[in-house]
Design a protein around this ligand. Structure first.
Ligand code: XIL
Length: 373
């Protein structure tokens, strides 16, 4: 069929009005599309005085121009996914590798973004030379030197630092809930205080953060861990350690999310905030392994988890920043961890593999909009 007052070009039918409009607009097409395209998540966040960011991969930030472009468009905060961890940044006792993180800091400055550091002390991805070189006698010296050097390099430039990551593991069976790590073995529980004091001396402006996971759900395991984390935070505050923020990793999962209860999260965040700490959602992503292969259905399920979680989290005024653990499904650690039996790729982040905004992106934008100013 042909439109009475239109034209057929190939399979497409155009009314006269459309053709007129298109011709008229053509000289300004670039301008119009730039104006009508929705702003990035960073604009939604900024409207509510929040930061939105993502974990940045290396070397993709340098080598994939599309990735870098979308990063700058969507984020006003960046955290290196791996390159500031103890092992990658300090591969030998006398050698540091700052090139990737320096690049990221420059990238942030150029694009009007903040950067957060991750992480000064962790039991994982540690120094490859730890076992052969470090012992109870010299551990404090090595730890303090590491923190002075790494945090000191970006003095005055970091938004925040994850000073200690994942120090709690209830299953390790200690009364205080602390994870049995080399640092605990060498220095005792004081290693936490040592690290925070060293970080404060190296970068007095950064918000010093304790970061952990497994705290999101209304389950006995998560409840025990919340208790242990609160005890850890309270202990640091009581001893006047310089800690300013708590990082909630929030590695969520569609199936596990059936155990989410708004009131439980609200209560935990209120308890953390009552210690005078800011809260950052630091590593948000939503595992989709148990959703069907169908993309639309999967995207809907994942988006709902993002929206439900963030809407509740953002009710708490102490929450000041949200970061997803990656920006695009093209690069996500869950691709390896959450393999689907069918082999289909993970769809767990705000942008798809082609950098197209997914329902999860819109869910995050709506959650930001829901935040009371
Ligand atoms: C992950 C990275 O995404 C992976 O690339 C790496 O192989 C292992 O670490 N909690 C954290 C992050 O604090 O540093 C972890 O990042 C994910 C879990």
């Amino acid at each position: 069929m042909r439109f009475e007052s239109g034209y057929t070009i190939g399979m497409h039918k155009f009314s006269r009005r459309t053709i007129f409009r298109t011709a008229f607009a053509f000289p300004f097409a670039g301008l119009l599309s730039a104006q009508s395209s929705e702003p990035g998540l960073r604009a939604y966040a900024a409207k509510k005085k929040l930061l939105y960011g993502a974990a940045a991969g290396w070397p993709v930030l340098r080598d994939d121009a599309d990735y870098a472009k979308h990063f700058a468009e969507e984020c006003n905060l960046l955290v290196p996914e791996n390159v500031l961890k103890m092992g990658p940044v300090h591969p030998e006792p006398e050698r540091y590798n700052f090139e990737p993180a320096d690049y990221m800091m420059e990238f942030c400055k150029k694009n009007d973004m903040r950067m957060r550091g991750h992480t000064l002390v962790w039991h994982s991805q540690g120094w490859p030379w730890l076992k052969t070189t470090v012992n109870a006698t010299n551990a404090r010296k090595y730890l303090e030197e590491h923190i002075a050097t790494v945090a000191g390099r970006y003095r005055g430039q970091m938004h925040s630092w994850d000073v200690v990551n994942e120090a709690v593991e209830v299953a390790d069976g200690r009364e205080d809930g602390l994870r049995k790590t080399a640092w605990l073995e060498f220095l005792g529980p004081e290693y936490l205080d040592i690290a925070f004091h060293a970080a404060a001396a190296a970068d007095p402006q950064a918000k010093l953060t304790y970061n952990d996971y497994g705290l999101d759900y209304d389950t006995p395991g998560n409840e025990k861990k919340r208790d242990a984390v609160l005890r850890l935070l309270r202990g640091l505050k009581d001893r006047k350690a310089p800690i300013h923020a708590f990082g909630m990793q929030a590695h969520l999962d569609w199936k596990a999310f059936q155990n989410f209860k708004a009131e439980t999260l609200r209560r935990f965040f209120r308890d953390v905030a009552s210690l005078g700490l800011e809260i950052y959602i630091t590593e948000l992503d939503v595992g989709d392994r148990d959703l069907p292969d169908d993309e639309a259905e999967r995207d809907k399920g994942v988006a709902k988890v993002y929206e439900d979680y963030l809407t509740v989290a953002l009710e708490e005024p102490a929450v000041k920043a949200v970061l997803t653990w990656g920006l695009t499904d093209r690069y996500t650690w869950l691709a390896g961890r959450n393999r689907r039996p069918s082999g289909a790729g993970a769809r767990v982040l705000p942008l798809d593999r082609e950098y197209k905004r997914k329902p999860a992106w819109h869910a995050i934008a709506r959650a930001f909009e829901s935040r009371k100013a």
